[in-house]
Structure formats: C-alpha cells, structure tokens
Write a protein that binds this ligand. Structure first.
Ligand SMILES: [Zn+2]
Ligand SMILES: [Zn+2]
Length: 358
C-alpha cells in the first residue's frame, strides 16, 4: 500500500510502497479516508524535531476500521478519529486527570512496518496517517458517527481538539473576556472558532500574512491585525488600555511568545499552543514576571481527553454549533500531499486535507 514517506530532514517527500504488519492483540487496521496536513508534520521534516527515518508522516486523520486483531472490540466498519496521544490510564498523569501528559506518549516516531526494500519503517506519533491504511492500538481510535464527513472528522484528531481544548480546558475563556490569537494555521483558526463559541469579545487575530484576514474573520475574529510596531497600541485601544485577558500563541517561537506576553493585561494569561524548538529561548525579566502577574503556560493536545471530547466535538460539528468550513482550504490526493506541505510552509491557507478514494 502507498504512504507519504520522509527519508531525511529536508529531503523531498515521496509517496512510496510500504508494508505494515497485520493487527496484533488489541490492535486495529484502519483504512484512512482523510488526513490533514498539520504543522507538527512539517516539524518532523524541517529540523524542528529529530524523529527516526524513514518515516510515514501524518497524525490528524479519520478512517474506517477494516480488521480487528485478537481481543480488539471496535467493530469492523466503525468510522474512527485517530488519537496521537492514547492514554495508558495507568501512569501518574493518567490517574491524576491529565491523560494528555500520559507518560507512555513521548516518541515522535514509533517503529512499525517496512519499506518496499525491507528497511525498518517508523510512523509519526504512532500513527503515520498519510497512508492508505494504518495499524494502531485500539486505544488510538475514537469512534464517531458514520455520517460525519471524513475531512471534518480528521481535523477533530489534532487541530480542532487542540484549539478548542486550549480555549475551554487550558485557558477556560469566559463570555465577555478579550482574546488575542497569534498565528492562524489550523490550530489558530480553531482557537478563534472556540473563542467565538465561548462568547469572548473582542477576538483579535494576529498574523504576518494579510491573506489570512478573510479566514480569520470567517473563523470568529472580530479584528485582524498585523504583528508590527503598532500592534501593542492597537490591542490596548481595543481593551480600554489594559491588554487582552487571554493571548494564545499558535506559532511555537520565542519571538511570538514574547509578543503574546506583551499583549496580555496584568493578571492575564498567555497560553502557548505552538510547539517550538529546544534552542529558541524566551527571555522575560524577573521584574516583568513579578509585576505583570501574568500566567504563562502551555496547552498540550488541548489539555483534553480525546476519548471523552472527540465524540462531543463530533456532535457539535453535526448539529452546526462548530463550523469547520473556514478551516478547510482544500482537499488533495496523496500524490499532491508534498505540494500541500510546501503551501503550509509558505503559510498559505488553513488546512489542506488529503483524502483517499473509497
Ligand atoms: Zn497536529
Ligand atoms: Zn498514562
């Protein structure tokens, strides 16, 4: 079967024939129907992360169970969203209500299957979803209704769960609170959508690309600003001089974390949703940390429990409460996926979703 494989950092991505093992005890074989091109996939190939290669990319996907290994209980034919951080339910974090920090989920790449010439293969975040099929532990799927369009279901597995969770679980944005969102990829746009649903106002979207203005307003922003010298002043003009209650950093860079910090009011909260590099240091003065009384924290996988929250999000998409239309820029084939990665790297559009013919 065919999959999108990265051979080395910076090497061109290629669609290759691969082989996966049959599902073992407690595992499932899932035919992938749709998989979104997420910024973390780019981090696997642009040097931000150092996973093992050759590597099947992709971790934001939905598909249909086609084979269950011994003891696996999910019925064949079930539509599922893939979960890249399945909780073990036994470690300290899992037992203390923090399944998104499960100690069993640390590796960016997990060994599974082999290339056409027999070389050991790895899959991104235990999934490797830019592939016609995946073989995954049963804990790495969440069942969703069959009538949920797969390209929407796929986004629930990463961008939407992350963005919505950052607003609802991590920052706990309340109605009437002001919000700024820096970086408008799939996650940033999901943050806007969730902030609007929470009744936040104003909701200020910030991005270097003016082309994101229309997307931002469609997703829920009340204002769109460029990150230039006037940004702080313009944000303060919208918030009675204080700064926003909540800033969400959805880029993963020290510079934008500092910008988020600067835009937030005294006593406000900065939530870092973007995943950055280990050598990119954020510098804040000791006096600033004390005097500003701000909270700085990260949101890993939306501080969420996918088993509980993905079905709820699927319901919200189904009944129209959560509109994912602005998030999907276009559907592409597996062969067009490398081009979608280039567009993502250039900051074009929101989510490009790879779909597979039935
Ligand atoms: Zn992702
Ligand atoms: Zn655990």
């Amino acid at each position: 079967m065919r999959a999108l494989v990265a051979r080395a950092p910076g090497a061109p991505l290629r669609v290759e024939e691969i082989r996966l093992p049959a599902p073992g005890p407690g595992e499932l074989r899932v035919r992938v129907r749709a998989a979104g091109v997420c910024h973390s996939d780019l981090s696997m190939v642009n040097g931000t992360l150092a996973p093992a290669y050759p590597l099947v990319l992709g971790h934001e996907a939905a598909g249909v169970v086609v084979e269950a290994g011994p003891g696996a209980a999910v019925p064949v034919g079930t539509q599922v969203v893939l979960n890249w951080a399945p909780a073990c339910r036994r470690c300290w974090h899992c037992r203390h209500g923090e399944p998104w920090l499960c100690a069993a989920n640390t590796a960016p790449a997990v060994p599974r299957g082999e290339t056409a010439d027999g070389e050991a293969l790895h899959v991104t975040l235990g999934l490797g979803a830019f592939a016609e099929e995946v073989v995954v532990p049963e804990a790495a799927v969440v069942a969703v209704p069959d009538d949920l369009p797969p390209e929407r279901a796929a986004l629930l597995g990463c961008a939407v769960l992350t963005g919505t969770g950052a607003v609802r679980n991590t920052a706990r944005v309340a109605a009437g609170e002001s919000v700024a969102v820096i970086g408008l990829g799939g996650v940033g746009l999901s943050v806007l959508t969730a902030a609007r649903a929470a009744g936040a106002a104003p909701i200020v979207a910030v991005d270097v690309a003016e082309a994101k203005r229309g997307l931002a307003l469609a997703a829920g922003a009340t204002h769109f600003l460029a990150p230039d010298d006037r940004l702080s002043k313009e944000i303060r003009a919208l918030t009675e001089g204080r700064g926003v209650d909540h800033a969400f950093e959805c880029v993963g860079r020290a510079a934008t974390i500092r910008t988020a910090w600067r835009l937030t009011r005294r006593g406000g909260a900065v939530t870092v949703v973007g995943m950055g590099g280990k050598d990119d240091l954020v510098s804040l003065s000791a006096l600033d940390i004390f005097h500003s009384a701000r909270t700085l924290r990260s949101s890993v996988y939306g501080s969420s429990d996918p088993d509980r929250e993905v079905p709820g999000l699927a319901r919200e998409v189904g009944d129209g409460t959560l509109d994912l239309t602005p998030l999907i820029s276009g559907l592409v084939t597996l062969d067009e996926a490398p081009e979608a990665f280039d567009r993502l790297a250039r900051g074009e559009g929101a989510r490009w979703v790879v779909t597979f013919p039935d």
